[in-house]
Every structure is written in C-alpha cells, then in structure tokens.
Design a protein around this ligand. Structure first.
Ligand SMILES: C[C@@H](C(=O)O)C(=O)SCCNC(=O)CCNC(=O)[C@H](O)C(C)(C)COP(=O)(O)OP(=O)(O)OC[C@H]1O[C@@H](n2cnc3c(N)ncnc32)[C@H](O)[C@@H]1OP(=O)(O)O
Ligand SMILES: [Co+2]
Length: 133
C-alpha cells in the first residue's frame, strides 16, 4: 500500500465558527473553505498547514458520527487521514491482510476525494481514514 503522506487530521468540534476563533484568530492558521459532506452528516472546514491540513468537523445531525463522538468523548482529535495513490488497491491489500474495515468500497469525501475508514480496533485505537485525491 503506497501511502504518500498525512492528508489531514480530523478534529471533532461542536461549532466550526467557535473553533475558528482559536485556530484562525489565535493561531493565525487560515481556513480555505467549508464543505458539507451530506453522506457523512458533517460540515468540514480545511486549514492547510505545512503540506497537510487540519479538518474541523461539525455534525449536521444527532445521527452524525461526529455527534456520537462528541457525546461520548467530547471535542478533540477524531481521525488521522493518510494520502494513498490508489485507494482501491489499498483497500484490497488491507482486506487481504484481514484488517477490519469500516468501508470496503471508497466513499465520497470532501474536495472530491475518494475516502474509506479502517476500524479503530484495527489501528491501535486510531480511527484511520485513507484518502485518494
Ligand atoms: C468528510 C470526510 C473527509 O475527510 O473527507 C470525513 O473525514 S468524515 C468523518 C466522519 N465519518 C466517520 O467517522 C465515518 C467512520 N466512523 C464510523 O463508522 C464510526 O464513527 C465508528 C468509528 C465505527 C464508531 O462507531 P460507533 O461510535 O457507533 O461505535 P462505538 O462507539 O461502539 O465505537 C467502537 C469502538 O471504537 C471507538 N471509537 C469510536 N470512534 C473513535 C475514534 N474517532 N477514534 C478512536 N476510537 C474510536 C470506541 O471508543 C469504541 O471502542 P471501545 O469498544 O473500546 O469503547
Ligand atoms: Co477526514
């Protein structure tokens, strides 16, 4: 599986506006845009930083995975996304290795990326996203 870098770090927040007061105003990291990803029940805000990005994730409904995460664990780091060259090949390789996958097929992510999640139990407690842009 060819991973080519950290695509982004996903951070669960109750309110992107609220969170930007810290990430933009206090730290000076600029938000380059927001995008709703309806399938994931989130609005995302991306803040490019040194070749990777911070992805702020705000839930759009109580059924959103982000709502559940915040309810049980509070706001904070939600997932790590690795950039891969070929997500189909990566998923096949992980499946062949018996790695527990949340998504066996890629789904639509922000910025027209193809994304898929590996279960946290298979990644040492980290929710791992793989992303092909
Ligand atoms: C827009 C897009 C993009 O970048 O383009 C995105 O990022 S979308 C980002 C939002 N979408 C997603 O997260 C989709 C993938 N996530 C999921 O399918 C779900 O959230 C799961 C990760 C399967 C968790 O589901 P759920 O909360 O219903 O199950 P659960 O509470 O029983 O959790 C199962 C076990 O995983 C742990 N767990 C849950 N969420 C976790 C997380 N974010 N990081 C690490 N561990 C986590 C729980 O503590 C529990 O462990 P214990 O049993 O030890 O207590
Ligand atoms: Co993500």
């Amino acid at each position: 599986m060819k991973t080519v870098g950290v695509d982004h770090i996903g951070i669960a927040v109750k309110s992107i506006d609220e969170a930007l007061k810290f990430w933009e105003e206090t730290l000076g990291i600029k938000c380059t845009g927001r995008e709703e990803v309806a399938e994931q029940k989130v609005v995302t805000a991306f803040l490019p930083l040194g070749g990777t990005e911070i992805e702020l994730l705000e839930p759009t409904s109580p059924e959103s995975p982000i709502s559940k995460f915040i309810e049980s664990r509070g706001e904070g780091i939600h997932h790590l996304a690795l950039k891969v060259e070929d997500i189909e090949a990566a998923l096949k390789e992980l499946k062949d290795k018996g790695i527990r996958l949340i998504d066996e097929k890629p789904r639509c992510g922000a910025g027209e990326a193809k994304i898929a999640f590996v279960h946290p139990k298979a990644a040492g407690g980290v929710l791992l996203e793989i992303s092909e842009r």
